[in-house]
Design a protein around this ligand. Structure first.
Ligand code: NDP
Length: 250
């Protein structure tokens, strides 16, 4: 697959799943813009064809200004990967409005703003791919994490609707729904799951491993492989889909 001349935007591209996708698309020839809140994290992984740009996906003005600047420098965004996200479980009866709004602002508003601003440039070209990183929690309920699941369901609704809006045009919109992937999010969640379930951190990690039907954590590169397939030649007819990567049905 040759993505030379293509500009890819990956939110949350400095770590975990986003970084695995960024490295893969860079190796395939694209210029990749990665974003996140921490410029120093982005600088550590950036290279000649990978640019790190601090951008908070919750902040509309920041997203509008930064994506415009990236387009100005590297051309229209033709590959858009809304991936930035937070994951934290909390019982609904203990959930504050602030917690709910921050989850929605990051996971759902962030995806909406990133796609909206990227589409402006994508629509001026004759090819584009949007691959949103949702979750298995976007397809079914996740015990103890209703707010996270609601935000991820929202992403899938957005993507499915966009695939209908642009039907017959040279753009596709798909979601990837991973099970538990070996990234910093899982490391952070180990502690909160242990506290909620009243188990040790080792047991909490074991619970996540067992939730994946093949009984192991998924490598970020496995998600990147699926993203590359959705971007590359041969998958043009795959549109509005939610691809599960969880070692089986959860
Ligand atoms: P990471 O924590 O490594 O990635 C999350 C990324 O999002 C970070 O790079 C972070 O950068 C960025 N981010 C968070 N908040 C913001 C914000 N307000 N503005 C901009 N960037 C932000 O974990 P993963 O790689 O696992 O997560 C990537 C995506 O995959 C998430 O959407 C997650 O929900 C999804 N996912 C993960 C699964 C897993 O088991 N790991 C399973 C299913 C889905 P920074 O902190 O610098 O802002």
């Amino acid at each position: 697959m040759d993505l030379s001349g293509k500009h890819a935007l990956i939110t949350g591209g400095g770590t975990g799943i986003g970084l695995a996708i960024a490295r893969d698309l860079e190796a395939k020839g694209a210029h990749v813009t990665i974003t996140g809140r921490r410029q120093e994290v982005l600088d550590e992984v950036a290279g000649p064809n990978m640019t790190g740009m601090a951008m908070d996906v919750r902040d509309e003005a920041d997203v509008v200004a930064k994506i415009a600047a990236a387009v100005e420098k590297y051309g229209p965004i033709q590959i858009c990967i809304p991936n930035a996200g937070i994951a934290e479980g909390k019982a609904v009866h203990k959930t504050s409005m602030e917690f709910w709004r921050n989850m929605m602002a990051t996971n759902l508003d962030g995806a909406f703003l990133t796609i909206r601003e990227s589409l402006t440039s994508m629509r001026q070209t004759d090819w584009g791919r949007v691959v949103a990183i949702s979750s298995m929690a976007g397809l079914r309920g996740l015990p103890g994490a209703a707010c996270y699941a609601a935000s991820k369901h929202g992403m899938i609704g957005l993507i499915r609707s966009l695939s209908e809006d642009y039907i017959g045009q040279p753009f596709t919109f798909n979601s990837i729904c991973p099970g538990y992937v070996d990234t910093p999010i899982v490391d952070r969640n180990t502690t909160s799951i242990a506290q909620r379930a009243g188990v040790s951190e080792e047991q909490a990690r074991g619970m996540m491993v067992k939730a994946n039907r093949h009984q192991r954590l998924i490598a970020p590169e496995e998600v990147a492989t699926a993203a590359a397939w959705l971007i590359g030649p041969g998958s043009e007819s795959v549109n509005g889909q939610s691809i599960e990567i969880a070692g089986g049905q959860m």
